[in-house]
Design a protein around this ligand. Sequence first.
Ligand code: ADP
Ligand code: NA
Length: 330
Amino acid sequence: QRRPRVLSGIQPTADSFHFGNYLGAVRQWVALQDDHEAFYCVVDLHAITVEYDPKALRERTRRSAAQLLAAGIDPERSTLFVQSQVPEHAQLAWVMSCITGMGEASRMTQFKDKTAKGGADRATVGLFTYPILQAADILVYQADRVPVGEDQRQHVELTRDLAQRFNHRFGKTFRVPEAYIVKETAKIFDLQDPSSKMSKSSSSAAGIIDLLDEPKASAKKIRSAVTDSGRDVVFDEENKPGVANLLTIYSALTGRKISELEDEYAGRGYGDFKKDLADVVVEFVTPFREKTLTYLDDKAQLDAILAAGAERARAVTEPTLAKVYDRLGF
Ligand code: ADP
Ligand code: NA
């Protein structure tokens, strides 16, 4: 009887994680490692689906790992590794692509969103098949739960469909995983455009709070976040999306109920509210940034942690792939 397993990944596509990544996903990763067998990876194979610079990728992969450690991922309890160091991810992705329908893959909304500007013709095939690689990431660990933000729900659904299809066609092989999504923080919005999610690829830096920003810069971003012309601090996602988003962040970082915050700021206007939230953010990011920089100071140690993680990961992925190949008739 093993503990339930979790698997999740994050792309090294920016110098820093943002608050959406942290509150939507990474915070849950930290909490779940207590009673799960946890596998967490920096998904560099996913990061090459868009234009990138190899030198920056190598640096960002280390920065991502350092941030996960700073956030509280414990490499003794959790298996922390880099996706490209575990070849079974890519190997299983090929197999999964052979049981995925073209129509089914074409329905993935994230691909549509990501290619909305440049057009699908200019995108890579890798960006199109990204969700299939993600399915392989999850299934190769026989994961039970996948802690992610709301934007990944559809990809986890596809993963479930593929697992069930494979099991049906070739005999029971995979566990069918479930998305683990914490409703309150499943979607953190852009501070300047609270109708779209905070994203590493967002066009305006003013709308994204990066965990590694200078704390002062983050405070300023909070103070200049878009709200509305009213002055009541109430949680109303429809009519006050900017204020609702700030309340979500405030509540998540302090553990205080949203209703309690509404009471506290009743009749006080947005200025006070944003100033206090700016302080809360500074208090969070200051030590986080210091810890991350400390991990980055010792690259040899960081690389050793990741190499050990990859070895532990392979102890799980090799037997899964062997079983899959056997089922396939190889
Ligand atoms: P990004 O979407 O910023 O490029 P990733 O694709 O690497 O980041 O996603 C890493 C994790 O962060 C995923 O679980 C994703 O669902 C989560 N995530 C990303 N943006 C947000 C957001 N704005 N709110 C909540 N969770 C998010
Ligand atoms: Na994402």
